[in-house]
Design a protein around this ligand. Structure first.
Ligand code: NAP
Length: 310
């Protein structure tokens, strides 16, 4: 694979940046990879792991001379980091991010950037419940979608180059409007995470169900909830605070559906339940047919890295 960028700077060196660096190295997509993380501990870990060619003491040093800069920090830190690096960005560089919510990045980061920098927000729909620099792996983006939300008037060459990078890391790339992205991900990722957090919280609150029973009898449903509910608290706090409107809209609809199911159970309306579950089963089939999960039986499965998204 030929090099797509001469120098890539990664700001934030956790699961996503660490996976990008490993994938770029494996496929020889970048001449040099520089990296910066706020804590000395993470910087030392990355030096030891060796997935960046250079780990710098400041974010400004990392981005100087880079033709691609990737912001890979929690949503709540995007603006502060962008403000910090803005004066150091090279003319003609592309700045992207991997945040799970797109409209706030577009609104908050865009205006901070100097003219001559191509700003193309993005979101790889790939992740695990693990975080930090040790959690990354080169295959994370393979056969997963990466959504790019280029603002109007984005330079077509810069966009094609960023798309080529994601494709070379194994991703399917699609473009969409940032607001639409946030609504779609609200349905497919953000609301389900909130429901999983709630379900695990409910089990925890039920004093009749002891910890050992929850663990011992955790069937597929609850076990999957616990995996999702183990996701990084900082990241998910920020996702809900920044994708507030879409999440609240979907939770409103969710509550209405829940009440409808509750009523069907109370009144013994088996037809309603049966038809409802038949409809949802078809959605599962669609996901398998689209190659986004496997039809292998869930019980006793070996957890597969990268089978979750942010
Ligand atoms: P992560 O593994 O927790 O790494 C986050 C990195 O950001 C760390 O290097 C951390 O620095 C740095 N950071 C944290 N708070 C910061 C702050 N206030 N200021 C500056 N730097 C800060 O996170 P991740 O999973 O890679 O997620 C990164 C981004 O990708 C997030 O915006 C998330 O929404 C998005 N995303 C995540 C997933 C997923 O499933 N995990 C999937 C797609 C997109 P230290 O190590 O020094 O603390």
């Amino acid at each position: 694979m030929s090099r797509i960028y001469e120098r890539v700077a990664l700001i934030g060196l956790g699961l996503i940046a660490g996976s990008m660096a490993r994938a770029m190295k494996r496929h020889d997509l970048a001449g040099e990879i520089t990296g910066f993380a706020r804590s000395a501990e993470t910087r030392d870990t990355v030096r030891e792991l060796g997935f960046c060619d250079r780990v710098t003491q400041t974010a400004g040093e990392a981005v100087a001379g880079a033709d691609l800069v990737v912001l890979a920090v929690p949503m709540g830190a995007m603006e502060a980091v962008a403000r910090d690096i803005a004066p150091h960005l090279a003319e003609g560089a592309t700045l992207t991010d991997v945040g799970s919510v797109k409209a706030p990045v577009l609104r908050g980061v865009g205006p901070l950037l100097p003219a001559g920098v191509h700003f193309i927000p993005g979101h790889p729909i790939a992740g695990t419940e693990h975080s930090g620099p040790r959690a990354g792996f080169a295959e994370l983006f393979e056969n997963r979608y990466t959504l790019l939300t280029p603002p109007e008037g984005t330079d077509t060459e810069a966009l094609a180059r960023l798309r080529a990078l994601w494709e070379a890391m194994g991703a399917h790339v699609e473009e969409m409007d940032a607001e639409h992205h946030d609504l779609v991900l609200g349905v497919t990722s953000h609301a389900p995470h909130l429901i999983a957090y709630t379900m695990v919280g409910v089990a925890d609150d039920l004093s009749r169900v002891t910890d050992s029973e929850v663990i011992k009898y955790s069937a597929a449903g609850f076990r999957d909830f616990t995996r999702i509910a183990a996701s990084d608290p900082t990241m998910w706090r920020d996702v809900f605070l920044t994708n507030k409107d879409a999440t609240l809209e979907i939770l409103g609809r969710f509550t209405e559906e829940l009440f409808a199911l509750q009523r069907a159970i109370r009144t013994g309306d088996g037809d309603f339940l049966f038809d409802y579950f038949t409809r949802t089963r078809a959605i599962r089939r669609g996901i398998i047919e689209a190659g986004q999960d496997t039809a292998a039986p869930d019980f006793g499965r070996v957890p597969v890295a990268g089978d979750k998204e942010g």
